[in-house]
Write a protein that binds this ligand. Structure first.
Ligand code: PMP
Length: 286
């Protein structure tokens, strides 16, 4: 079935949706994005994703394409038109099409480009990776210095995923100055002696919406959380490890650079947090 996607005010079959070759998203990666998960036709953590989008746009002095209410209406319309039960909605805002290539930002008369599309993932809450856990390798973090802004500069994360694939693993954890920053497309955690350890927020990592929710639920469940950088050596010696992201929720990590973590099986803390996250997010889904 052909998807109906959204481009600058229009709902179109995917084959008819186009963006100019002069669009700054295409030429300069001058664009930000969000991915919101959908379970049972409802949006998870929508307010969090909209707040982060507003922050990303603000940091880059990019115009808002429309109001939050309009964005919610577009998300809902795409769910309806595509009969989406479980999956994701991808949203991208670019600085628009100035009609030529120029490094300087165009003036305010150039309107941002807004694109949204759905990705159907039936049964995503029961993904096999949640039961088996995933394997990661560690690689240098060679990204730019403002990873807190969710830009579409995803070439290095793509290279990282390919390095992982070639090494027979599922993902890469990025390391800078001897400490893990995050995964290529997720936030990274270890558990030691019952304490959940994850890197503190700064410009070095994306401020994950799932991270914020999971840390809140962990605190409510009286689990101890320590927000600080950790090393790969600490991760290898941890009792368990996991990652969080909007589409992976809470997913166990069972191996780092070929070394089994803990028992080499998904850990109890990751399992519990995944359950709590899914239960609570379903309750507040809109
Ligand atoms: N870090 C990076 C680099 C990411 O790309 C993502 C996913 N977009 C995350 C963390 C997790 O963020 P969220 O929980 O908001 O999906």
């Amino acid at each position: 079935m052909s998807r109906i996607v959204y481009v600058n005010g229009q709902y179109l079959p995917e084959a008819e949706a186009t963006v100019s070759i002069f669009d700054r998203g295409f030429l300069m990666a001058d664009a930000v994005y969000e991915v919101t998960s959908v379970l049972d036709g409802k949006l998870l953590d929508f307010a969090g994703h909209q707040a982060r989008l507003a922050r990303s746009l603000n940091e880059l002095e990019m115009q808002r394409p429309c109001s939050d209410d309009e964005l919610l209406a577009i998300h809902r319309e795409l769910v309806t038109r595509n009969d989406l039960t479980d999956g994701m909605i991808y949203l991208q805002v670019t600085r628009g099409n100035p009609g030529d290539r120029d490094f300087a930002f165009p003036d305010a008369s150039v309107k941002p480009t807004l694109v949204l599309f759905t990705q159907s993932k039936p049964g995503m809450a029961d993904a096999p990776a949640a039961k088996t856990g995933i394997k990661v390798i560690s690689i240098d973090d060679l990204r730019w210095g403002r990873r807190d802004i969710k830009t579409v500069q995803l070439l290095y994360p793509s290279l990282g995923k390919m390095m992982a694939k070639k090494a027979g693993a599922d993902d890469a954890w990025l390391v800078e100055d001897g400490h893990v920053t995050e995964g290529t497309s997720n936030n990274a955690y270890i558990v030691k002696g019952g304490r959940i350890i994850t890197r503190n927020l700064s410009h070095d990592i994306l401020h994950g919406i799932t991270r914020a929710a999971v840390l809140r639920f962990a605190a409510e469940a009286q689990m101890e959380v320590e927000e600080r950088p950790f090393t790969i050596a600490e991760a290898k010696a941890a009792d368990e490890a996991f990652y969080t992201s909007a589409s992976g929720f809470v997913t166990p990590v069972v191996e780092i650079d070929g070394a089994a973590i803990g028992t080499g099986k998904p850990g109890a803390v990751a399992k519990r947090l995944r359950e709590i996250y899914l239960d609570e997010s379903r309750k507040t889904a809109i």
